[in-house]
Design a protein around this ligand. Structure first.
Ligand SMILES: Nc1ncnc2c1ncn2[C@@H]1O[C@H](COP(=O)(O)OP(=O)(O)OP(=O)(O)O)[C@@H](O)[C@H]1O
Length: 265
């Protein structure tokens, strides 16, 4: 890309066109369109059941579209054979609600796992890479601990270190702060921003935490009844006149005010 190119002409890391998916008579996705430019963070919001996770699972190629197209790094996932899918998944780092750490492995071995499974890297180099990655997330002191001995926030950081050890170009987060206290939530949000800054990765984040979403997103998207009904930078999103966006933000402001009152009582 030349420096003078407008942002809209940036390469797209993720492109979804007219995506439809049903489960029986349940229409989960009803024509989703989404473009996420390389190196940007897009946050997906929407009420429960609006289709966020189903959309993300298509981007991970865990689900196949009934209709429509999903392009990752310009390549159509429906046309990929197993080898190409494997290559594509290597470009993705995934951080879901549950950290899915191996309880019987130390922090070091958890983070080393993808390198041992997916590369032929010699152990000395693995040690160097893992130690560098753990240093980046502030866990150098905990390499020999087990997940059960860590706080929720530390576990998240181990999960992040493991998800990023292969230097993925795309990071996918599904509700990464679920059930965490405000301090740990702030730490996780910082990790997401760090992922973008340190790896230059493209991030797609599902979160119900609207305040965090506004803080980290280059673009916000609202899913409503299986479609993305609004997509844009935070300022434009805030001013949206779409009834679903206005209702979503009103609801959030109401809940926030209630929580504040409850905290003061
Ligand atoms: N494997 C499945 N089988 C049947 N229905 C499914 C399946 N996966 C998702 N659905 C349905 O598809 C719809 C969208 O689900 P999805 O998990 O994407 O919602 P969501 O927006 O991520 O919700 P939440 O915020 O609660 O996680 C829901 O009605 C859900 O019940």
């Amino acid at each position: 890309m030349s420096p003078s190119s407008p942002p809209s002409s940036r390469q797209l890391a993720i492109e979804v066109r007219d995506l439809h998916k049903s489960f029986g008579d349940q229409q989960a996705l009803r024509g989703v369109n989404l473009e996420v430019p390389e190196g940007t963070t897009c946050v997906l919001m929407g009420v429960s059941g609006s289709g966020k996770t189903v959309l993300m699972k298509h981007i991970m190629a865990l689900l196949q579209p009934d209709r429509g197209t999903v392009l990752v790094d310009g390549e159509d996932i429906a046309r990929m054979n197993e080898a190409a899918l494997d290559q594509m998944r290597r470009k993705q780092g995934i951080l879901f609600q549950a950290n899915a750490l191996f309880d019987s492995l130390t922090v070091f071995d958890n983070v080393a796992f993808p390198l041992r499974e997916r590369t032929r890297m010699p152990e000395a180099e693995i040690a160097e890479t893992v130690n560098k990655t753990l240093e980046r997330v502030g866990l150098s002191h905990a390499t020999q601990r087990f997940p059960g001995e860590l706080s929720g926030g530390m576990q998240k950081r181990v999960g992040f270190a493991r998800a990023t050890i292969l230097q993925p170009k795309i990071l996918l987060y599904d509700d990464p702060t679920a059930g965490l206290d405000p301090l740990t939530t702030a730490a996780v949000n910082e990790i997401i921003t760090t992922g973008k800054q340190q790896l230059g990765a493209t991030s797609l984040v599902i979160t119900p935490d609207v305040a965090s979403a506004f803080g980290m997103a280059d673009h916000l998207a609202l899913m409503h009844e299986g479609r993305i009904v609004e997509y844009g930078p935070p300022d434009a999103f805030r001013e949206s006149q779409h009834p679903a966006v206005m209702a979503f933000l009103r609801n959030w402001l109401r809940r926030r005010a209630q929580n504040k009152r409850a905290a003061q009582a």
